[in-house]
Structures are given as structure tokens and as C-alpha cells.
Ligand binder design. Structure first.
Ligand code: HEM
Length: 302
């Protein structure tokens, strides 16, 4: 007796075509031919047009060939896209329209992001050797600087990189301010930006204590005391930062965790939200273009 064919598991069943795609059998938007298998659309194959793009051979319908080739998931990108559906997002981001007159000032946000990534990468390497115990911290920093391969270089990049990031963030903020990019509908992105600025400055402050040298220690004592003088919340913030009413070993490990976990995590999440809004709302046209447009409209009205 012939056994009936078992039903296909759900994952292997041919998927219905997406709205707007060609009906199954004629090939769907994935180039699967509607049967789950990827069709070989190269010329000369049964699914292709049977023509070879050779010099003397028949003319290949290039446009159709290109269209078909686009349907076939290509390599890694296709594999990823089939599973994540991220290509519309990536395409939207890469091909989004930017206003006429976009110039170098618009690169400051990306430059700030690059500075943040560089801080994160160099910070990870420093964390491999840094020891946040009061008796070890300074030793571990001198070990990184004097004994490790490229240690001084990586530490220097991290130290000067923090200053570069602060300068870039201020320049980026100035650009958005002077181009009027904080106005409707971008107010929320401006507010996120302000939080990013505060967090970046807090990164600098919390990192300053970590080498645990005289300068870092006393600078932090002063900064925490300034915080303590703020009305109402001040003393509580200072106690939280110190991990009690005195500077102890807990203060150092607390600053370390704030510096390498809490703030970078918040910054990364907020950069994600910031970029989402940039992609969604687009960038603002330079003010001189807006002025030109307004002038042209006024003249039309006259
Ligand atoms: C870690 C810090 C930051 C990163 C990585 C970052 C990144 C970016 C990027 C890549 C863009 C799009 C390109 C550009 O216009 O430069 C952008 C746009 C924008 N950023 Fe930032 N940003 C940061 C901080 C700030 C700060 C501090 C502010 C203001 C307080 C701000 C306000 C804005 C606004 C309003 C836009 C939209 C610009 C427009 O529509 O023309 N950002 N940001």
C-alpha cells in the first residue's frame, strides 16, 4: 500500500506572495517561482530566457534580465534580507532624499558618532587591563601606558578622543541651532540631543577619576561637592555618586560602572532614537535656501 505523503511542516510550505507581487507559478517577489525554491534566472537555464549574452548570439533583453536578477536574493545580503526584511529600511536610509545645498556642516553628527564608536572600541581594550581598585587603578594605568603593545597609543586615543567628541558634539549642536533644525517637527530630536550632550559630559567627568591620580581624585571631589550644593536633590546625587557620605573604594568602582556601562548604554540607545528621527523626518535645508524659496514665493504672489 502506498503511504500518503506527510504534510509539509509550516516553515517549508510555499508562502503566499506579498501584495503586489506576481502570482505563484509565475514567480513571486522573492524570485522563488512560488514553490519555495530559488529560480536560476541566468540566461541559458530553463528558468532564464534561454539566450546567452555572447557577442554573436541573439540579443538579450537586458532590462528584463536586470529585473529578474534583482529579484534573486544575492549572497549574504539576500540571505539576511529574506530573514530580517531589513532591505526596505536600509534602502530608505541609503537613498533618502537630502535637501539641495547639503554641505560639510551636515557631516558633524556622523563625525560625533564616529568619535563615540572610537571611544567605545578603545575603551573595551583599556577595560581588559584596567583594575578599579584604589590600590591597583594607578598601577594598571601605568602598566597599560608603559608595558603593553600600543598601550600608550590606545590610551591616548581614548583620552584625546573624549575631548574631540565634546568639541564635535558642540559644533554639531551649533550647526543644528544656526540652521534652525531644532524647530517643528524636530523638537524631540533636539531634546534627545541635549540629553546626549549631558551624557557625553558625564562620560568625561566619570572617566577623569579612573586613573586615580591626584588630579583626577581632587577634580572629582570638587565636582561631587558642586553637585551636592544643588537645591533639594543635590545631597542625594552626591551620596549616590560617592556610594555613601565619604570617598571610598566603592566610589571608584561606582564611577567605573557609570563610565563603562550605564552612560555608554544610554548614549547608544539614544543615538539609535536620534538617527531613527533623522531618517524619519529628513534633514533641514540650509537657511539660505529656505530664504531663496520664500523670496521666490513672495515674488510669485506679487
Ligand atoms: C552623541 C551625540 C550625537 C550624535 C552621534 C548625533 C548624530 C546625528 C546625526 C548623524 C545627524 C544627521 C546628520 C547631521 O545633521 O549631522 C543628526 C542630526 C540632528 N542632531 Fe544630532 N547627534 C548628537 C548630538 C546632538 C546634540 C547635542 C543636538 C542638539 C542639542 C543634536 C541635534 C540634532 C538635530 C536637531 C538633528 C536634525 C538636523 C536636521 O534636521 O538638519 N544632536 N545628529
Amino acid at each position: 500500500m502506498k503511504l500518503p505523503t506527510p504534510p509539509l511542516p509550516r516553515a517549508l510550505k510555499p508562502k503566499p506572495g506579498r501584495p503586489g507581487s506576481r502570482p505563484p507559478g509565475n514567480g513571486d517577489a522573492n524570485g522563488t517561482g512560488g514553490n519555495g525554491k530559488v529560480r536560476d534566472l541566468r540566461p541559458g537555464t530553463p528558468d532564464g530566457n534561454g539566450e546567452r549574452p555572447s557577442k554573436g548570439g541573439p540579443r538579450v533583453d537586458r532590462e528584463r534580465f536586470k529585473e529578474q536578477a534583482l529579484e534573486v536574493p544575492i549572497g549574504v545580503a539576500g540571505w539576511l534580507d529574506e530573514r530580517s526584511g531589513m532591505s526596505p529600511f536600509v534602502r530608505g536610509l541609503a537613498y533618502r532624499k537630502v535637501p539641495r545645498g547639503t554641505n560639510w556642516w551636515y557631516t558633524l553628527g556622523s563625525a560625533t558618532m564616529f568619535a563615540f564608536v572610537a571611544q567605545a572600541v578603545t575603551g573595551v581594550f583599556l577595560a581588559m587591563y584596567y583594575n578599579p581598585a584604589p590600590s591597583e587603578a594607578y598601577e594598571s594605568i601605568t602598566h597599560i601606558t608603559n608595558d603593553l603593545f600600543l598601550g600608550e597609543f590606545v590610551r591616548g586615543m581614548h583620552k584625546w578622543g573624549s575631548t574631540v567628541m565634546v568639541i564635535l558634539i558642540f559644533l554639531h549642536m551649533a550647526r543644528t541651532f544656526f540652521f534652525g533644525a531644532y524647530k517643528y517637527p524636530r523638537e524631540l530630536n533636539w531634546v534627545i540631543g541635549v540629553v546626549l550632550l549631558v551624557l557625553t559630559l558625564a562620560m568625561g567627568l566619570s572617566g577623569y577619576l579612573l586613573p586615580f591620580d591626584q588630579r583626577g581624585f581632587w577634580a572629582t571631589v570638587v565636582a561631587v561637592n558642586i553637585n551636592a550644593s544643588a537645591p533639594v536633590m543635590g545631597p542625594y546625587i552626591a551620596d549616590f555618586l560617592r556610594g555613601g557620605s565619604e570617598f571610598t573604594a566603592t566610589t571608584l568602582s561606582r564611577f567605573y560602572s557609570i563610565h563603562m556601562l550605564i552612560i555608554p548604554g544610554l548614549i547608544a540607545a539614544l543615538i539609535g532614537a536620534h538617527l531613527y528621527l533623522v531618517a524619519k523626518l529628513g534633514t533641514t535645508a540650509p537657511p539660505w535656501l529656505k530664504a531663496e524659496k520664500a523670496k521666490a514665493l513672495n515674488q510669485e504672489e506679487l
